[in-house]
Design a protein. Sequence first.
Length: 203
Amino acid sequence: MSEEPIDNLTPAERAAKEEQEKLEKKKEEEEQAQLPYSWKQTLQDVDISIPVPKGTRARDLEIVLKKSQFKVALKGQAPIVEDEFSHAIKVDDSTWTVEDQKEVLVHLEKVNQMQWWDSVVKGAPKINTQKIQPENSQLSDLDGETRAMVEKMMASTCRSMIFDQRQKAMNKPDSDTLKKEEMFAKFKQQHPEMDFSNAKFTE
């Protein structure tokens, strides 16, 4: 079910919706704060920061980074985190390091670089990916294949919007209506035995 556009709500409904969103955001922040790590992401990657005891060195750690498995532990102790990744990673492009002997920094490259993660691992509380406000980035930051696909989508959308604006200015059907009319015309050609004399085309 799609949400009611906020512009269509009454002031009371809008206030109730905003209050609900504040409560949901607060709950999400509290859940994320309880995790043994903090994390952030772009469409291409995920960066995780895990506090460890002062003086920790790489040799003191047991870290597993597999396509769908994640484990960080101090040797001889219970894991700080151990679970399946919520989405697949590029193992060869993912790395970890110990910063200032007190923090483990893990960098993950996503396999699907057109998708926001709602959690790092499957067992963790999820965030609302619909509320993510990505940092400004450039197309040049994307890999060649992804950039080409995004540019193609943007160009197609732009052309369609310009065409529809011109058609509207001339009181002519937009691109969606024209496609329907074209499909209807093809259907009539494929079925000459049918009588379409009283048929009406509606949007």
